[in-house]
Write a protein that binds this ligand. Structure first.
Ligand code: PPE
Length: 306
């Protein structure tokens, strides 16, 4: 299973996979001046559907605005169609969808106004983002030695490519130390998020999550919020400290790529009974059914590829 596909959408047309290349002197490559999304398509009883596609495309456009792009030649609706066209052309049902708007040539300066935005969308079959055993056993995480961005250093509401150097540093360190994921603290020392997931904890039957002030407003986080409330749980947004995680009954992380994964251990401290917790599994199961269009009340989250 690689990242290959037949076609990549490039500036308005589907081109063969091999032709989706960029030149060495593309400003985005040098400065990380690009914005992206992570989206998934799932097979449902009515055929492939992209999960919460409009929300992802809107966040992509918001990210582009945050980075400073002012001229953008595609509308939200055209971009939604482009994503569906790319999934359909490649014949995938379950796949990951990666759009990227990047600062392309046209000038050479640390100013987005001197270049022009280019846009590509790729799809590939990507399962088990956090490893094959993650779902059943949960994963081991550490508190990173790296701090999440200060919101006025590198704005965290936007999925700006350059922001992810912070995630790359944290994840590399974490895996080299034998963990599977890193938890980053915000500049005040409270729990922010993981390298590619938001985080929740469970304490005394209540579900708690840090506010989105210093982190990405995760679409999976939003879905979990709704699912948890519908299941009758109280969901509380509040600052969470490192030691509160150690003493939680359950901790889980969530994101488009990772979906919902329990943490079995943090910094060598077992969480709960050291497995994926009961409420985590309950939410995980509902989420898995929702993304596959099996729950009527969440069907509006599935955007059928057609
Ligand atoms: N925080 C970060 C930093 C993040 O990158 C993601 C998504 C989330 C939270 C969860 O957001 P959402 O997908 O809307 O629920 N991370 C994407 C990229 C991962 C990667 O390795 O690249 C993803 O999950 O697709």
């Amino acid at each position: 299973m690689g990242m290959e596909s037949k076609f990549i959408w490039k500036n308005g047309e589907l081109v063969p996979f091999e032709q989706a290349t960029i030149h060495f002197l593309t400003p985005a490559l040098h400065y990380g001046a690009a914005v992206f999304e992570g989206i998934r398509s799932y097979n449902t009883p009515k055929g492939p559907a992209i999960f919460r596609l409009r929300e992802h495309v809107e966040r992509l456009f918001d990210s582009a605005r945050v980075l400073g792009f002012r001229e953008f030649p595609w509308t939200v609706d055209e971009t939604i169609k482009a994503h569906k066209d790319t999934v359909r052309a490649n014949g995938f049902t379950d796949c990951y969808v990666r759009p990227l708007i990047y600062l392309d040539g046209g000038g050479w300066n640390l100013n987005v106004d001197y270049g022009k935005p280019s846009f590509m969308i790729a799809v590939w079959e990507w399962n088990n983002y956090l490893g094959e055993e993650a779902l059943a056993k949960g994963i081991r995480a550490n508190i990173s030695s790296f701090t999440r961005h200060h919101p006025n250093v590198s704005m965290t509401k936007a999925k700006i490519a350059g922001n992810y150097v912070n995630s790359v540093l944290a994840k590399t360190e974490s895996e080299r130390n034998g963990f599977q994921e890193a938890i980053l603290l915000d500049p005040q020392g409270y729990i922010a998020e993981c390298t590619g997931e938001n985080l929740f904890m469970v304490r005394d039957g209540k579900i708690i999550t840090p506010s989105t002030a210093p982190v990405l407003e995760g679409i999976t986080r939003q879905s979990i919020y709704t699912i948890a409330k519908d299941l009758g749980y109280e969901v509380i947004e509040m600052p969470v400290s490192r030691d509160q995680l150690y003493n939680a009954d359950e901790v889980f992380v969530c994101g488009t790529a990772a979906e919902v994964i329990g943490l079995s251990e943090i910094d060598f401290r077992k969480i709960g009974d050291g497995k994926s917790g009961k409420i985590t599994r309950e939410i995980q199961n509902v989420y898995h059914d929702a993304i596959r269009g099996k729950i009527a009340k969440y069907e509006s989250w599935c955007d059928y590829v057609g």
